[in-house]
Design a protein. Structure first.
Length: 170
């Protein structure tokens, strides 16, 4: 009997350039808190098209189950990856100087029918939520990750105070 080699599930995190790391590290922080395996790469849709193609075509073989793609400006990275794979792609618009990330957001959100990209908020909040959403996607078939996501959310809820610290009741 030949046993099929089990590929470890992980999240692929890609960004268009080194400058996107300040935002995308927020997705990494969440995945680390939840003990979700990941890999990080710089893959530019415009400057490294061969790398983009290779990444998109090899992601499934490498055990990647969800891709988080951060890009700014023209922000074609998430959409191009979504066009090359059946793996869910979560797009994080990077805050840009020219249009405060609106250019990135619209580039990622306005995909043609049939090539979906799950689009998150601009900047740090979007990267953080992409990490949580990627974990939630993996949790569909992974009870261990599901438990970690539930505990993360419970802890988050418990951290919210009922009253402001400096509030004095009269």
């Amino acid at each position: 009997m030949i046993r099929e080699k089990k590929i470890f599930e992980k999240v692929g995190i890609v960004m268009g350039s080194q400058s996107d790391w300040d935002t995308m590290k927020n997705a990494v922080k969440i995945l680390e808190k939840l003990s979700v395996p990941y890999e990080v790469n710089i893959v530019s849709a415009h400057r490294t098209p061969d790398r983009l193609y290779d990444y998109g075509k090899s992601a499934k073989r490498k055990g990647i189950k969800v891709i988080i793609a951060g890009a700014g400006g023209a922000a074609h990275l998430p959409g191009m990856l979504a066009s090359m794979t059946y793996i869910p792609v979560l797009g994080v618009p990077i805050l840009s100087k020219a249009l405060s990330g609106m250019d990135s957001l619209l580039s990622i959100a306005q995909m043609p029918s049939g090539i979906p990209v799950g689009t998150l908020a601009i900047g740090d909040a979007g990267a953080c939520n992409a990490g949580i959403m990627a974990a939630q996607i993996l949790a569909i078939n992974n009870k261990s990750i599901e438990k970690k996501v539930k505990n993360y959310r419970i802890k988050q809820t418990k951290s919210v105070k009922e009253k402001p610290e400096t509030y004095i009741e009269k």
